[in-house]
Design a protein around this ligand. Sequence first.
Ligand SMILES: CC(=O)SCCNC(=O)CCNC(=O)[C@H](O)C(C)(C)COP(=O)(O)OP(=O)(O)OC[C@H]1O[C@@H](n2cnc3c(N)ncnc32)[C@H](O)[C@@H]1OP(=O)(O)O
Ligand SMILES: CC(C)C(=O)C(=O)O
Length: 516
Amino acid sequence: MPEKIYIFDTTLRDGEQSAGVAFTPGEKLEIARQLEKLGVDIIEAGFPCSTPGDLEAVRTIAREVRTPTICALARAVPADIDTAWEAVKEASEPRIHVFINSSDIQMAHQLRKDREQVLIQAEEMVKHAARYTSNVEFSPMDATRADPHFIFEIVRRCIDAGATTINIPDSVGYAIPEELGAFFRALFENVPNIHKARVSFHGQNDLGLCTANTLTAIQNGARQVEVTINGIGERAGNTSLEEVVMAIKTRSDFLPFYTDINTREIYRTSKLVERYSGMPVQWNKAIVGKNAFRHGSGIHQDGILKLRETWEIMDPAEIGIPQGTQLVLGKLSGRHAFKEHMLELGYELTDEELNRVFAAFKELADKKIEVDDRDLEALVNENVRAMDTAGWRLDLVQVSAGDHATPTATLRLVDPEGNIKVDAAVGTGPVDAVYRAMNRITGLAPRLTEFSVKSVTEGIDAQGEVTIRIEDDKGRTYTGRAADTDIIVASARAYMNALNRMLSVQARNAEVRANP
Ligand SMILES: CC(=O)SCCNC(=O)CCNC(=O)[C@H](O)C(C)(C)COP(=O)(O)OP(=O)(O)OC[C@H]1O[C@@H](n2cnc3c(N)ncnc32)[C@H](O)[C@@H]1OP(=O)(O)O
Ligand SMILES: CC(C)C(=O)C(=O)O
């Protein structure tokens, strides 16, 4: 039977220790709620003695987030433990996490205490915490650089003192997987009361090894792992939740374990933490990076088109990635992916046309990193036929909006035959009103699937670039882009472009079908 691995999420404690990161209490609560949806077993919500604000934030999480255990960190000193208890005592399952330095270098130079003094302090402070709750976690900090026999002794005494979880921290990211595996085996062999506690591992990523170390700890007896979303944390960060969880799930043939994580919430959680931490996820980050399911080369793209599993070991849908698998056109793409993408854009090209446009695409791709849909449309225009000659033209756009007005748009368009058409519409906002007015005049009603605005220059007179995507009744999408200092005007032009693109592609496809 597979065994459960308990997920202890410390995004709100060690994650917040990332230099430059400070969550507001509101952000902490929102992240904690999302972690609850994700299905983590334990949330380490903060270090309550660090600031009154953190104490309050942990207290609020303890009151409001009811499914997971809520844990607070405390140094091995009475005041920290008392404050930690104050913060978590109203949780449905509260936990106090007590830690103390355990390597000779840290005991001598940071704590300025000898081994015996540390043993006594750890034991007494675990007892102090255990007077509040039976759910006490103990961590001998810097355990992987410590004398293993000292760790066995401190762990034994802290379990006798009331610790129910023993966490082994690789605090400076020093461990190598094989060495760590041997350490865990020795821990189980040398600590007679170890079966009374759940054993945990906390990795740091200084050598980029913490996912490997965490999996090794699991294979050698750890049943709780301490992780953060996106791997954020002190220095090079902590073990990333998504990597460990997906490794366990994807390699269940090799790893007889499971977690209670709802993996479809991973991507949403990652985006939330990225936003509130202000730490962008690197493109090639496993599982949640922008490129994790984007394929750039022809041979891979060809494989994916034939069977996704030829080049993907996970389904992006399992992680909740809305954009799914993506084939990105660039200089290394091949004909299969190119043809598929042209079909998605609505171009049904003959073989001869496809060859011509593909050759032009390869030339352009040598000069440009990513070739976007506008480039492709331009290539079709140049190499096959002009597509946009007979479109509608936007002549005037005027809107009235505000918090006391019904958003209304008046438009004047010129139709493909040169006739002027005027109409107006109301909407939920000024852009919606513009799009409704345009639909009324043109008689078209595609589905708007994407609308985004970004600033293309800086300052008060910045230009806003609007990108939109619309979908016709056959499910084909068409993009439109336009930039202006007035984003309503840019939105109107972008929509007009997309409508014209849709009309010209539909006309051209009808022509190809009539004269195959
Ligand atoms: C590996 C880890 O991630 S551990 C967690 C690290 N997280 C944090 O430090 C974030 C929150 N920290 C803080 O806000 C502050 O450091 C506080 C409030 C905890 C303490 O602040 P201060 O009292 O000003 O002390 P400061 O941080 O300068 O020094 C730490 C003191 O704690 C002692 N200490 C460090 N760890 C422990 C421990 N686990 N148990 C007991 N004492 C400890 C140090 O020896 C030092 O004591 P000293 O003043 O007698 O020399
Ligand atoms: C408090 C402990 C678990 C810690 O964060 C570390 O040692 O890295």
